[in-house]
Design a protein around this ligand. Structure first.
Ligand code: 3PG
Ligand code: MG
Length: 397
C-alpha cells in the first residue's frame, strides 16, 4: 500500500491541528439524526486532544449558496460534544479575526469547531487566498474526512499543500479497508453492485469488471440487464435506452472472464408501495402490469452460494426496494449471510455508499462486516478507480 503520513509521525503537543472532518451529517429539526460519521471521527479528535494538541474542527455542511442559519454547524458541534463527552467551543466563522482570536485563546487539549467552510465561495473554488486564510489558523492539517475527499476544495485538498499533512485515524482505517478489497484482495473477489440506475454506475462497472472474479448485479439496475437480454420486466424501473450499453457490459465481462450474476427470480408487485400484494416469479415470467421490487429466494440462495466460495466482497447498492417492507428481505438475507461469513473469518467484506449503509444498518449487520464506509460519493469514485484529491495530497511521494 503506498504510504500516507499518519498521526504516528507527528508530535501534536501544543500544536494547532486543523482537523478536516465530515460534519455533513443528517440533521432534522435542529438535531443530528444519525451520528455514525461523528462516532467514526471521535477517536481522532480524542487522540489529538489527549496528546495535548489544539483540535480545530473544519467541515462543510450541505451545499449553501450563501451563509445562512439553516446550514450552520453550531448544532452539529453540540452533537460532537455530546458524543465525545468533552466541551466543543464554536466560532461563527472559519477564517478572519474572530476565528483567529478563538484559536489564540485555545489551550492544549481544547477543541474548537469552526463555522461551515462553504459559507465562503473560496472553499469550493479551492481559492489559494482562502486556503491561506485557513492555514493561518493551524500548524498542521489532518484529513479525517474520506467521505469528502473526492472534492478538491480548500479545506479538503488546498491545505495539504500549505501545511504538513496527515491522515487521521478514520481515514487510515478507511484506506486500509479499501486496500484489502480492491488493491490486494484475496481471491476469488466478488462485487455486489445494486441501486436504481445503471446510468449512474457505468464507470463503476467498467472499473470492476477487469478486477473482480464475480460481479453480482442487483437492484433496479438489474432490470436493465434483464430487459437487454430480451426479458419482459413489465412496469419495473428500467433504463430501456441503455440496452445496448448493458449488452456491451456483459460482452466485456465475458471477454475479461468475469462471471456475471443476475437475478433468476423476483418478487413482483403491482405498485411501488410497502406491503403491496406480491408474488415470487422466475424472471422469465414477469407480467406486463407487474414491477420487480426485490430478488426472489432462488436468487438469494445463489448469491449466498457465491459468497460462500469467494474470499473477498465489495458491496455497493441494495438488491431491492429496501426502503419498502417486505421488499427489503433480499438485501437483508444476503447481508446476513455476508455478516456470518465475515464473522467466521471466511471472507473480508467491505461495503459503502449512502443507500447501502442505510440498508446494512437496517439489516443490523454493519458491526459484523469488515468495514462499512460512511462515505457516499467518495466511495463510488473510489470504486470507479478514480484518484481522490483529498487522499492523493496525503500520499508520501
Ligand atoms: C457527503 O455527504 O457525501 C459528503 O459530505 C460530500 O458532500 P457533497 O457531495 O456536498 O460534496
Ligand atoms: Mg440542507
Amino acid at each position: 500500500m503506498s504510504r500516507f503520513r499518519t498521526l504516528d509521525e507527528v508530535d501534536v503537543r501544543g500544536k494547532r491541528v486543523l482537523l478536516r472532518v465530515d460534519l455533513n451529517v443528517p440533521v432534522g429539526e435542529g438535531e443530528v439524526s444519525d451520528g455514525t460519521r461523528i462516532e467514526r471521527m471521535a477517536p481522532t479528535i480524542l487522540e489529538i486532544a489527549d496528546k495535548g494538541g489544539k483540535v480545530i474542527l473544519l467541515s462543510h455542511f450541505d451545499r449553501p449558496k450563501a451563509p445562512n442559519p439553516k446550514d450552520s454547524l453550531k448544532p452539529v458541534a453540540a452533537q460532537v460534544a455530546c458524543i465525545i463527552k468533552r466541551p466543543v467551543a464554536f466560532v461563527e466563522d472559519c477564517v478572519g479575526e474572530n476565528a483567529e482570536a478563538a484559536v489564540r485563546a485555545m489551550k492544549p487539549g481544547d477543541i474548537l469547531c469552526l463555522e461551515n467552510t462553504r459559507f465562503h465561495a473560496g472553499e469550493e473554488k479551492n481559492d489559494p487566498a482562502f486556503a491561506a486564510a485557513l492555514a493561518r489558523l493551524g500548524d498542521i492539517w489532518v484529513n479525517d474526512a474520506f467521505s469528502v475527499s473526492h472534492r478538491a476544495h480548500a479545506s479538503t485538498e488546498g491545505l495539504g499543500h500549505l501545511l504538513p499533512a496527515y491522515a487521521g485515524r478514520a481515514m487510515q482505517a478507511e484506506l486500509a479497508a479499501f486496500h484489502r478489497v480492491l488493491d490486494a484482495p484475496q481471491r476469488p473477489l466478488a462485487a455486489i453492485v445494486g441501486g436504481a440506475k445503471v446510468s449512474t454506475k457505468l464507470e463503476l462497472l467498467g472499473n470492476l469488471i477487469p478486477r473482480v472474479d464475480v460481479l453480482i448485479i442487483g437492484g433496479g439496475m438489474a432490470n436493465t440487464f434483464l430487459a437487454a437480454q430480451g426479458k419482459n420486466v413489465g412496469k419495473s424501473l428500467c433504463e430501456h435506452e441503455l440496452a445496448g450499453t448493458a449488452r456491451d457490459i456483459l460482452a466485456k465481462a465475458r471477454a475479461e472472464d468475469c462471471e456475471i450474476v443476475l437475478p433468476v427470480d423476483a418478487v413482483t408487485a403491482g405498485k411501488f408501495e410497502a406491503n403491496a400484494p406480491s408474488r415470487v416469479v422466475p424472471v422469465n415470467d414477469v407480467g406486463s402490469d407487474e414491477m420487480i421490487l426485490d430478488i426472489g429466494p432462488r436468487t438469494v440462495a445463489y448469491v449466498v452460494s457465491v459468497l460462500a466460495r469467494v474470499k473477498t466482497l465489495v458491496w455497493n447498492g441494495p438488491f431491492g426496494a429496501f426502503e419498502l417492507e417486505p421488499f427489503d428481505i433480499g438485501t437483508i438475507e444476503v447481508a446476513e449471510a455476508a455478516a456470518e461469513l465475515t464473522a467466521a473469518g471466511k471472507i473480508v467484506a467491505v461495503a459503502g455508499g449512502g443507500d447501502t449503509v442505510a440498508a446494512l444498518n437496517a439489516a443490523g449487520v454493519t458491526e459484523r462486516l469488515t468495514y462499512v464506509s460512511a462515505a457516499g460519493g467518495a466511495f463510488l469514485e473510489w470504486m470507479e478507480g478514480k484518484a481522490l484529491p483529498g487522499v492523493e495530497v496525503l500520499r508520501i511521494k
